[in-house]
Design a protein around this ligand. Sequence first.
Ligand code: TXA
Ligand code: MG
Length: 318
Amino acid sequence: MTIFTPSDTHILKAARYLSQSKLVAFPTETVYGLGANACDDIAVAKIYEVKQRPTFNPLISHFESTEQATKMLKLEGLALRLAQIFWPGSLTLIIDRPENCPISLLASAGHPSLAIRVPAHEVAQKLLNLCDFPVVAPSANPSGKISPSSASHVDAGLGNKIEMILDGGWCATGIESTVVDCRNKNVAVILRPGPISAEDIENVSGIPVQFAATPKGAIASPGQLESHYAPHAQVVLDVVEPAKNAAYLGFNAAASPLEHHFSLSETGDLVEAAANLFKMLHQADASGAETICVAPIPNQGIGIAINDRLKRAAAPRP
Ligand code: TXA
Ligand code: MG
């Protein structure tokens, strides 16, 4: 059994495993992460192997606090400003990789940059506190598959390949962090939409925000591949009336009595829909239906991130 309650003893055990180049999955407020010591080449290499992750796709290093990140990486300018406002929280910052940085080069996957985040989840915080190194943590799913919002999702995808899973229940936010490139002086560039929206950033920080231009073929963030989050079933978007035998993720409508029909939010609440997205995609897929139809989702606020994930779930598979 690899799933453990997040008692202090188990979190301490997890921290020990991390210091011994082992992999541990842990909850964050966004999705479960698959953790490894960011300064340990062997441990970081294991992440790529276990997830079957393309080695061109870099990893996010998770820190216990803005202070820890600042000490190691000398955060400044736009990145420091955003960190001070939004950390701990669902925001990942892309910065220039400083010289003599102890974080494994593998975590940057050949890019001259680093992705960093301080998660807010209590279990993640406790775990990071016990580590005297940052922890790289991609979403704890096999590459290209649906991200995990519960310990059992992690177990189903990777359970037999990792040391332990700390069970923190359902992830409250349910969708991965917003990734923002802070390397331009005066503008924050969103590489991956997420729980913290462009308006949140602009309104709270006053910093202008752009979405990365992604001409066909170019990938602003290497993880933003067209096909991702792919269930076994085909995913069809913007469906108002699903065929009877299709699984369905509705929105702004009462749950249907059909077992393979789900409502992302009965009241049209986008935050609730984001929290339910991966959970219900997993459930719909487990129903065995060949097709999962999804209702139209308003493209505003966190709805932009939901539609981003859905578009990739529905994209043709490589
Ligand atoms: O909410 C999250 O961000 C979760 C939790 C566990 O923290 N983690 C997560 O990691 O979603 P992952 O590896 O599944 O997604 C990280 C994204 C990928 O799209 C990756 O390409 C991008 O961040 N990324 C990482 N380092 C980058 C860099 N140096 N430059 C540009 N994009 C980067
Ligand atoms: Mg991922």
